[in-house]
Design a protein. Structure first.
Ligand code: MG
Length: 231
């Protein structure tokens, strides 16, 4: 069976952090810039954490230099831990845990992350959800500001974990926004769009998703992700 690398997005795909990420980033941003108003106009869905901070700084008319972006993101991580302790609406979406359990038994499948979260931020969210043990590697917002590039990095780590090269592998990106789909296409990966982040499956298909479903409880997904197929 062809080696397969799965790259799961986090927010809107595996879980909802109920706004904890946004609140933490706004607090870090405000500490450095005196206001977080410019960040409130930035859509977070499908963006990387460095990309969100850069957009907020540019809206504010500030130079988005790498040192300032890094300083805000460094402060964001402990604030995220704090916000998660009172994120009352935090939830893991339907089907996620049983799908990950099923995937964990497939030797030819490497299960990783492809997320705009910083590596440290993704770890905090997944620990809070009890899902961290399912993901041995990933591509993160801390690896690259652009989604296609962080997916490329995640795919190469997944291939290394399988003892082969990316060219030998089938790569599937699982995400909740057209940004995930576009980035998957940019690296030649297949994509599964899920509706749990608020973007309907039809819109994900229109954006070019290989497959789309309402949530990760949809029937047949384990076979689809392990073996490919047409459903
Ligand atoms: Mg997402």
């Amino acid at each position: 069976m062809q080696p397969t690398i799965l790259l799961f997005d986090v927010d809107g795909t595996l879980l909802s952090a109920a706004g904890a990420g946004r609140r933490a980033l706004e607090r870090a941003f405000e500490a450095h810039c005196g206001t977080a108003a410019s960040l409130r106009d930035v859509r977070f869905n499908g963006m990387t954490d460095p990309g969100i901070v850069r957009a907020g700084l540019e809206q504010l008319g500030r130079l988005a230099g790498p040192a300032l972006v890094a300083a805000i993101l460094d402060d964001y991580v402990p604030l995220l831990a704090d916000e998660l302790t009172r994120a009352a609406g935090f939830q893991v979406f339907a089907g996620v845990t049983s799908l990950l359990e099923g995937l964990a038994t497939s030797d030819h499948v490497a299960v990783g992350l492809g997320t705009g979260n910083l590596r440290a931020g993704a770890r905090l969210k997944l620990e809070h959800a009890g899902l961290e043990r399912y993901f041995a590697f990933g591509g993160f917002g801390s690896d690259h500001e652009h989604r296609a590039e962080l997916l490329r990095i995640g795919a190469s780590r997944g291939a290394a974990s399988l003892g082969c090269t990316t060219d030998d592998c089938r790569v599937v990106v699982i995400g909740d926004t057209p940004h995930d789909v576009a980035a998957a296409r940019a690296i030649g990966a297949a994509s599964l769009g899920v509706g749990t982040g608020g973007c309907a499956p039809d819109l994900m298909r229109a954006a070019g998703a290989t497959w789309a479903c309402d949530d990760l409880a949809a029937p047949g997904l384990l076979d689809l992700l392990c073996e490919g197929g047409n459903t």
